[in-house]
Ligand binder design. Structure first.
Ligand code: GLU
Length: 443
């Protein structure tokens, strides 16, 4: 049996990190199995679905390096959904309901106050006739059979529910619009999906979906439910992280796609989280059995660490176009190799470039000290060792040490009291610029 999976985002917002993780893991599993990857856009909710989100989701997936073999939109499949729904109605598995949301709410409250589980109770014939006579419009539910529902989840192991403990799910709204559940199952059947990979918020949906699969084609696919990500304290993803989109990771945080992929692919698994330069080793090492049911914690600091390590190992020809687009077309390979180990985000390089090339307004508090330091500059060529050699000589001559020694040099060379590592910066500036800045001449 060849593997066929789908990633099924709803285009009602941007791809956020939680969904991106589902996409990454589904994709790695698929590629590990030489499977087929379907991108399914869940856009039956025409009011909330927007094309700009669909485009942004596709952009986000491409940016992460995740390609797809096939794409489908649910909004184009309504005829097929109606056909299957008709069949299920004829089979008595989809039935009309007439209660208003208020009535359902009251019922639920009364069940809870009686200590009864709040499960939907199907009304009797007489009640239904009364509703019809009142001219009410129905919504539709899927009739669950009161029998055990069990599956072997690739992440959670054996999972079992019982049909009698679950409410019949609403599958068609009063407006006639079919809801996610049935459409998803019909698609999974029609597209021969072999494994459904999604977040554990869908576990109880899966129980009802399994009966839908059985009612439509007799057999359900395999399932893998990933625990949802929490923030570093272990609580639910905070507002900021919960809404952290791939778009903002890319455009505002300016992070590398492989930093996000490195973290998301290994978070919650027994494999170590390492900075990965490409997808291949992640595909090769992928195995659902390595994933635990524990809630993985998303740590922004860890993402930044990975980002920094990835930049450190990135060759110039992988970033030159982006650097040019950032307004740094003259930045060359030598400069890149000298500073990349000091970057957390690619964007940090702008500051290095500006300090190296000016304009810089040197800050000199003690002109004699600066002049003495200028006189002690070692002869070219300079390397990253030069700074130590130089400041050693300045220390010896002036008696200054620590902050007293370094801060005036930093302020003279960069015009600021913080910024790029001076040993790295010094050879990039070169003797001429360093001397001029120490003497506070234009450079
Ligand atoms: N559109 C659904 C969601 O984003 C898909 C869930 C599924 O994978 O079945 O939650």
């Amino acid at each position: 049996m060849s593997v066929k999976v789908r990633f099924a985002p709803s285009p009602t917002g941007f791809l956020h990190v939680g969904n991106a993780r589902t996409a990454i893991i589904t994709w790695l599993f698929c590629r590990n199995q030489n499977g087929h990857f379907l991108l399914r856009i869940d856009d039956t909710d025409t009011e909330r679905s927007k094309e700009e989100y669909e485009i942004a989701i596709e952009d986000g997936l491409q940016w992460l390096g995740l390609n797809w073999d096939e794409k489908t939109n649910q909004k184009n499949r309504t005829v097929r959904y109606e056909e299957i729904i008709e069949k299920l109605k004829n089979d008595g598995r989809v039935y009309a309901c007439y209660e208003t949301p208020e009535e359902l709410n009251l019922k639920r409250k009364s069940q809870l106050s009686r200590g009864v589980p709040p499960i939907y109770e199907r009304p009797d014939e007489e009640q239904i006739q009364k509703y019809i006579d009142e001219g009410r419009k129905p919504h539709w539910r899927f009739a669950l059979k009161p029998e055990p529902i069990e599956w072997e989840d690739l992440v959670r192991g054996s999972v079992s529910f019982h049909g009698k403990d679950l409410s019949d799910p609403v599958v068609i709204r009063e407006s006639g619009v079919p809801l996610y559940h049935l459409c998803s199952v019909i698609d999974d059947v029609d597209y021969d999906i072999t494994h459904v990979v999604r977040g554990e918020d869908h576990v109880s949906n899966t129980a009802t979906h399994i009966q839908m699969f059985e009612a439509i084609q007799g057999k359900a696919p395999g399932f893998a439910h990933l625990p949802l990500i929490a923030d570093i304290e272990g609580g639910k993803l905070s507002k900021r992280l919960g809404s952290l989109s791939v778009k903002s990771v890319r455009e505002e945080e300016m992070l590398e796609p492989m930093a996000l992929v490195s973290l998301m692919s290994r978070m919650g698994s027994s494999d170590p989280i390492e900075p990965m330069m490409g997808l291949t080793p992640l595909i090769e090492s992928f195995d659902f059995s390595k994933f635990s049911r524990n809630t993985p914690k998303f740590d922004m600091e860890e993402l930044l660490r990975l980002n920094s390590k990835i930049l450190h190992a990135t060759p110039f020809d992988h970033v030159n176009v982006r650097l040019a687009n950032m307004g740094l077309p003259d930045l060359d390979e030598e400069f890149w190799n000298a500073v990349r180990a000091n970057l957390v985000r690619l964007e940090d390089i702008k500051e290095w470039w500006r300090v190296a090339n000016g304009p810089v307004d040197p800050v000199i508090d003690d002109a004699d000290f600066a002049a003495a330091a200028a006189d002690l500059l070692p002869p070219a060529p300079w390397s990253e060792e030069t700074f130590k050699e130089w400041t050693g000589a300045v220390k010896e001559q002036t008696g200054r040490k620590g902050k007293e020694l370094f801060m005036p040099l930093r302020k003279a060379l960069t015009g600021m009291d913080h910024g790029p590592e001076l040993p790295v910066l010094l050879p990039l500036l070169g003797p001429e610029k360093v001397k001029s800045r120490l003497m506070k001449k234009a450079a």
